[in-house]
Design a protein around this ligand. Structure first.
Ligand code: NAP
Length: 318
């Protein structure tokens, strides 16, 4: 079957190269071309043509979208996390689902380590100090906290978690982890609960998928266990952390600091965080390099082509 016959609905303008190639190789529908109040009508009008959906970490094939697309055969996500795809519904309808694992692992792990160092050494804060002319006006910058040797606790020692572990080993950081399955890693210490992991770590990193078991996996109890000298790094998903609890712990000094790439209600970030000197905030950029986004796009395109050619999908989830 010809590639051009595959109607692909791109949910959001997520990557110029991806959009251009989808347009060149398939029959592309841009969801944002129709105004929000015209989308139901747009879906009705194109329901028989749209057989594929391309979403990402923010916009994906939820129950309502899947229900509106009776000809849907495949959801190819431009992300590894597929928490916004209604997987049970896809299984029920026989809709295939693919994601973009592995190609983004190094970048997300790099960012996790970068956020930890930036937060402890206050790199963005020190940068602001120089830019504001305060070095000249006030003199030396305040002392900060060492990163090397700190105990790093990782929630989810999967592809990204393991890449974080190997990186921080080079900084002489002991590695602890929590996940459902204990693995035979001789140099990493397993804790059977997140609270125990937090109590035995200086830095807690969230690197697991978001699902019903991991929503608010970092709650008040975990934050208390991490403590006033502890640092929380979240490169997973915003809802992994009970955000109001995190904000009040940071404001009240019950948690030492945080480095956050993800938030509960993106792009809304609690304004109480903006005035704090112990947090580093970045706008969900874990996989956001030219190199990785291109590789992710190629995986999305490769999965769609394999689907049309009835070949094995490159990175199937369902
Ligand atoms: P992965 O290889 O599937 O690893 C996930 C790990 O989490 C596994 O080791 C798994 O171990 C653990 N896990 C699963 N369910 C758990 C639970 N209920 N409680 C505790 N641990 C659990 O996934 P990955 O490629 O490393 O990606 C991880 C996540 O990172 C993605 O799902 C995505 O949400 C996030 N991510 C964020 C960005 C960003 O831009 N910030 C970029 C890429 C990915 P067990 O099965 O043994 O529990």
């Amino acid at each position: 079957m010809a590639m051009e016959s595959l109607g692909v609905l791109l949910l959001h303008p997520m990557n110029a190269y991806l959009e251009q190639e989808l347009d060149r190789r398939f029959r592309l529908f841009r969801f944002w071309d129709s105004p929000p109040d015209g989308r139901a009508e747009f879906l009705r009008a194109n329901a028989s043509a749209i057989r594929a959906v391309v979403g990402n970490a923010s916009y994906n094939a939820d129950a309502a979208l899947i229900d509106a697309l009776p000809s849907l055969e495949i959801v190819a996500s431009f992300s590894v996390g597929i928490d916004r795809v209604d997987l049970p519904k896809c299984r029920e309808r026989g809709i295939r689902v693919t994601n973009t694992p592995d190609v983004l692992t190094d970048d997300v792990a790099d960012l996790a380590v970068g956020l930890a160092i930036a937060a402890l050494r206050k790199i963005p804060q020190a940068d602001r100090y120089v830019r504001a002319g305060l070095w000249k006006a006030k003199g030396d910058y305040t002392l900060t906290t060492r990163f090397s040797g700190k105990r790093v606790g990782i929630i989810g020692l999967g592809r990204i978690g393991l890449a974080i572990a190997t990186r921080v080993e080079a900084f002489d950081c002991p590695v602890n982890y929590y996940q459902r399955t204990k693995k035979d890693y001789p140099s990493y210490t397993y804790y059977p609960s997140v609270v125990e992991l937090a109590a035995n770590s200086d830095i807690l990193v969230v690197a697991c998928p978001l699902n019903e078991q991991t929503r608010h996996i970092v709650n008040r109890e975990v934050i208390e266990a991490l403590g006033p000298k502890g640092l929380l790094i979240n490169i997973g998903r915003g809802p992994h952390v009970d955000e109001p609890e995190l904000v009040s712990a940071l404001v009240e000094g019950r948690l030492g600091g945080a480095g956050l790439d993800v938030f509960e209600d993106e792009p809304n970030v609690p304004e109480a965080l903006f005035t704090l000197d112990n947090v580093v905030l970045v706008p969900h950029v874990g996989s956001g390099t030219h190199e990785t986004r291109q590789a992710m796009a190629d995986l999305v395109l490769g999965n769609l082509e394999a689907h049309v050619l009835k070949k094995p999908l490159l990175t199937p989830v369902v």
